[in-house]
Unconditional design. Structure first.
Length: 353
């Protein structure tokens, strides 16, 4: 008798994008017949679903030398999906449970389920990859601009209205309503990325459509060199309510700066309510230099950072990816200390407010 599949395991993992070499935090749910992944834990509709029938799992996966604890799931159609766990024991637990689920399905276990994914249907004649290349054409494509909003400057981006205007002028669509459908598909498949709070909120399901035909909704091409200016040289503004939590862990770490990519020693204090990691000048001072909001973040060990000079780092680096996809690179004094920090941050990220 068929039944609804049950949840086996869930938690935050870093998932590689299907189109580009981008790694993003996802709330991943392992069901008895598939894997669903969500932008955030609280989302009602998954961003995607990977069926386990006919799939195979590979671990360890050495396809990405600088990323540790990666495993690869190959589906029946020979498409690869890559996930990164925070540490060795977590990766092995995911791999073990996924193998068990695949084995049960191969043994004849059947399930009755209804997909919760909001699918976007397009005519079969539309080739998103070809359309993306046309949009990026230096002469006839969408022009990348420098736009300013809320005291922040967005480089190499464009507005949602510009995208729809271009789709209309290129005869890709008949009207702006069709344009929203097509642009939402480009966004869903990773050909477009949201920039700024307005477009990100829509992409996360807080609007009627994932894509917005608005002049203050910003987007960019994932391989365009987009960057945003407007933060301090290190991090975000620190609010007073961030200090009411209990200190879970503290100590000195090396932190890579956002702009100059240089490394500096900082004293870090991890609090659980709200879930913040504050950092201070180790020479003294009561006021923090910045704070990293950890709620919904993913933290993983890494071997190295691309395009930056290591500060005598002997495989003791780790990366924090926040819920709004800001990447922070830190270095511990030893591999043991790195594991302790990863587990402490992971615990606070899941339970803190």
């Amino acid at each position: 008798m068929e039944r609804e599949p049950m949840r086996i395991r869930e938690g935050y993992l870093v998932k590689k994008g299907s189109m580009f070499n981008t790694w993003k935090p996802m709330w991943v749910v392992l069901l008895e017949d598939g894997i669903e992944f969500y932008k955030r834990k609280a989302d009602n509709s998954p961003k995607g679903m990977i069926p386990l029938k006919g799939s195979s799992i590979h671990s360890p996966c050495q396809d990405f030398g600088k990323r540790m604890f990666v495993f690869r799931l190959t589906v029946a159609k020979q498409q690869d999906h890559f996930f990164q766990a925070a540490y060795l024991e977590e990766r092995d637990a995911w791999v073990r449970d996924i193998k068990k689920a695949i084995h049960r399905i191969d043994g004849g276990q059947r399930f009755a389920r209804k997909s919760t994914r909001k699918s976007i249907r397009l005519p079969e004649t539309i080739n998103l990859s070809a359309l993306y290349l046309s949009m990026k054409d230096p002469e006839k494509g969408i022009k990348e601009l420098k736009l300013e909003k809320d005291k922040r400057v967005f480089n190499h981006c464009f507005t949602g209205t510009c995208v729809i205007d271009w789709l209309v002028s290129s005869s890709s669509i008949r009207n702006r309503k069709e344009g929203l459908l097509l642009a939402s598909s480009l966004l869903s498949e990773g050909y477009l990325q949201p920039a700024g709070d307005t477009s990100k909120a829509a992409a996360e399901g807080l609007s009627d459509t994932p894509f917005l035909d608005l002049s203050d909704a910003y987007y960019y091409f994932p391989d365009s060199g987009f960057f945003c200016e407007g933060y301090s040289s290190d991090d975000d503004v620190v609010l007073k309510e961030e200090f009411r939590g209990t200190i879970v862990k503290q100590g000195c770490l090396l932190k890579q700066g956002h702009r100059r990519k240089n490394w500096k020693v900082r004293k870090f204090v991890l609090r659980d309510d709200p879930a913040y990691l504050h950092y201070y000048d180790p020479a003294g001072g009561e006021e923090p230099l910045g704070a990293i909001h950890l709620r919904g973040c993913v933290v993983t060990a890494v071997e190295d950072m691309p395009d930056t000079k290591k500060y005598d780092a002997d495989n003791i680096l780790f990366e924090i990816i926040t819920a709004n996809e800001i990447h922070y690179y830190l270095q511990a004094a030893s591999s043991t200390e790195r594991t302790e920090w990863i587990k402490a941050i992971q615990s606070v990220a899941r339970t803190g407010k």
